[in-house]
Design a protein around this ligand. Structure first.
Ligand SMILES: [Zn+2]
Length: 288
């Protein structure tokens, strides 16, 4: 059963529901009290990798799809776009697909980048206004997991795809450790109350690794116990928050001496900078 959170942004009540897809993906459905031109409630979907689960959700709740937000090009985030476009066309719903400027996203209508570029044919926007939801997002460039990965953020909520997970971060498929470190620092600088909507339920496995590099972190130990309880009842551990992640996520805490020393012991290398520790910790996680 999908779980929902209600967030109020500028007096606008937003409901965000995680639609389960594949083994451990969440496709986030965003709705508000507003309605589409047909009178039904309009939603936006974030990273719909699987169209069928989304269409089932739309039908079950009598919803209209008008906006699709994509964070990066991996198939488990983009695989449903073509079928959803077709479904919207059949229903005569206008639908806009937003995606990163620097990646090849199928059916992408609006290309986005943190660095707005209005030169000639290279148009891109650095913010998104979803009129059906009366909701605005700023775009952040987050290279690391893929080279053109973006996030959508406003005063309250962050959709960060596969960059920041609860207790972990995305694998480095295209970017460098330095790029990912910079991207995560950008997210860590957001207000602590920002809700973090990542795309995978990886928290429990991430915390097992986190404890291997920072066993002395009492908040981490306590959070691990809480997550074990939630997962035993099949309850989602996301959204998280920036404040929580700064307390328990080793990839945001590589300045901690305990993490550096454990990474040095495990890699048998001297780690002289925070970036070197981050790089070592990311490598350790790959082999955990
Ligand atoms: Zn990915």
């Amino acid at each position: 059963m999908p779980q929902s959170q209600t967030q109020t942004i500028n007096n606008n009540k937003i409901v965000i529901t995680g639609i389960h897809a594949f083994y451990d993906n969440y496709i986030w459905a965003i709705s508000s009290s507003g309605t589409s031109s047909s009178g039904n409630k309009s939603i936006a979907l974030v990273d719909p990798g699987d169209a069928e689960v989304c269409i089932n959700y739309l039908q079950k709740h009598d919803l209209v799809l008008n906006n699709i937000l994509i964070t990066h090009h991996h198939p488990d985030h983009t695989g449903g776009i073509a079928r959803l476009k077709e479904y919207c066309a059949k229903n005569q719903w206008p639908v806009t697909v937003y995606g990163p400027k620097n990646e090849n996203i199928p059916f992408c209508d609006v290309k986005l980048s943190e660095q707005e570029n209005l030169n000639n044919n290279n148009n891109s926007n650095n913010s998104v206004y979803l009129k059906e939801l009366n909701l605005t997002f700023q775009v952040l460039d987050l290279p690391g997991h893929t080279s053109g990965h973006i996030a959508y953020v406003n005063e309250e909520i962050l959709f960060c795809g596969d960059t920041l997970f609860s207790g972990g971060c995305g694998r480095l498929f295209e970017g460098t450790a330095e790029q990912m470190h910079t991207s995560l620092k950008k997210l860590a600088s957001l207000p602590g109350s920002t809700s973090v909507y990542c795309t995978h339920e990886y928290t429990q496995a991430n915390l097992a690794f986190a404890l291997s590099v920072e066993p002395g972190n009492k908040e981490l130990v306590a959070y691990n116990a809480k997550v074990a309880e939630l997962r035993a009842s099949n309850i989602a551990t996301v959204p998280s928050s920036i404040a929580l992640e700064k307390t328990i996520n080793p990839f945001l805490r590589c300045y901690q001496v305990e993490i550096k020393e454990n990474a040095e012991t495990q890699t048998k290398c001297n780690l002289n900078t925070e970036l070197e520790t981050f790089t070592a910790v990311r490598r350790l996680k790959d082999n955990f």
